[in-house]
Design a protein around this ligand. Structure first.
Ligand code: CMP
Length: 140
């Protein structure tokens, strides 16, 4: 299996509850390396741009409001099969449907405050990494 990179966010609902370390530990304990990381407070423009694919969805306003309500930790994770592995570690988008032991089952509050985001495919991983990081900020 190839070594991949994926994009991850620890969202404001989680950073506000001081869960950055606990969530990062799940990644590291499961073979993912944090090869880039920074804490940002997203502007409305940044949040709208990042989630532009959802702009016509009824929850878009709530999503942007949540993502601009506090700090987010944006990260690049590297490891074998990193994109799928991270999605398995996160669990289902809606924590009510997330499997036992997943990050969202353990930490998420609701579908809107679901603690983490992770890329769903190689193309989106590349786009999302480039949205937040320059190549010199990623150190493997
Ligand atoms: P994420 O993986 O970051 O991708 C888009 C986000 O939109 C998703 O996680 C949820 O936080 C949010 N989202 C998706 N569906 C809903 C919904 N029905 N109501 C509120 N927020 C949602």
């Amino acid at each position: 299996m190839a070594i991949e990179r994926t994009f991850s966010m620890i969202k404001p609902d989680a950073t506000k509850r001081n869960l950055t370390g606990a969530i990062t530990k799940v990644f590291e304990d499961n073979g993912l390396r944090v090869v880039a990381s920074k804490r940002v407070w997203m502007s409305k423009r940044e949040a709208e741009g990042f989630y532009a694919v959802h702009k016509d969805r009824p929850f878009f306003g709530e999503l942007v409001e949540g993502m601009t309500s506090g700090p987010t930790v944006v990260q690049v994770l590297e490891g074998e099969n990193a994109i799928l592995k991270n999605r398995e570690l996160m669990g289902a988008t809606n924590p009510a449907q997330a499997a036992e032991g997943t990050i969202r089952k353990q930490f998420a509050l609701s579908i809107g405050e679901n603690s983490v985001h992770g890329s769903d495919a190689p193309e989106t991983a590349a786009e999302e990494i480039a949205y937040w990081f320059s190549s010199t900020e990623i150190v493997g």
